[in-house]
Design a protein around this ligand. Sequence first.
Ligand SMILES: [Zn+2]
Length: 205
Amino acid sequence: MENPHGSALSGRENDGKLSNTNVLVYPSGASFPAVAEEEAGVTYSDPVDNARVPLIKLEDNLRTHLSPNFTVGSFVGKVGRDYQYARISVDLVRIIQAIQERAQAPLFIVSGYRPPAVNELIKGADQSPHIAGRAADFKISGIEPLEVAALALDEMGPHVGIGLGAGTIHIELRDSLKSWVYTGAKLSHEEFSAWVQERTKRASL
Ligand SMILES: [Zn+2]
């Protein structure tokens, strides 16, 4: 998987769509050539972020580690059984790994990349960043979603869209802070927003 000679994506803003970008290099060192949009076809189109995160080919790579604790399969879930390509943000992998390292229990990604048809099927938001490979729904064994949200905010600061659910949280890469709740969450939207504001203020001091 190593390809030290490719023009690598590295650094924090490595999801920027650069014209000379042809290889994605993940925290594990695993590298994947970016697949041309024409090759994968409309099934994998990204109207949400205009293919900011390039497609990679799944092939036999579901068990390939992208970071110490997470594989390609961790980020594609069941999609990996039926689809050939995926979008997985290098930044998102780095952040999920960092959140895992802050926690004392296993982190499990419930939903990562979704092709548009899958997003529609599960009634995801129209402009869901899951389609762009820049969002993840996850839980951490034995830890309340609000506490998981705290770990995420401590890692990401205000550069996140964060949704509090009944058993999971959603995070997405964003330039500015946004927060909301899903049905069954312990806090109301107002309560969670206030809590998020307070938490990010504290983190940036
Ligand atoms: Zn989500």
